[in-house]
Design a protein around this ligand. Sequence first.
Ligand SMILES: [Zn+2]
Ligand SMILES: [Zn+2]
Length: 172
Amino acid sequence: MSLSPPSSPSPPIAPFVRLFGRYLRDQGLPVTQQREAIAELVFGSDEHLSVDDIEKRLREAGDRIGKATIYRTLDLLVRSQLVAEHDFGEGFKRYEHRLSRQPEHEHLICTECGAVTEFKSREVQEIKGAVEAEYGFRASRHKLEIYGLCRSCQEKGVELDQDGLTCPIETV
Ligand SMILES: [Zn+2]
Ligand SMILES: [Zn+2]
């Protein structure tokens, strides 16, 4: 599954912001305007956002919210299970909301430009089912991340770094 074009209608985000508000109240935490602004931004985006992305977009929208508040709010969003956190090995985390998108999707990560593309695979689901049956295991979630070069980086002439991918025995 690739990301939907920006012109496609996005689902209303107000109910999700209210859900987050309910979570905060259940935890005895105040529902602040800053927390709501961060939640609205994450729920309103189909991307995999870093803290820097979120800070920049809030600033562009006229909200000056410090990084510490953004980190803390993201932590609460992740704990509320409304948002998923990813570590794609870039030295920082990325966040995506878990609402109204495929609950089970995989990621392609471009190691050159950092582009993250989602895809869905029936085969992966089948493997999961087969492994569950074989081991008597009940899976709750899984993760498949494929790293490499996106099409646009390849078109710019970036070459895939093959270091470490060759069998050491063959090079002796
Ligand atoms: Zn790329
Ligand atoms: Zn994703």
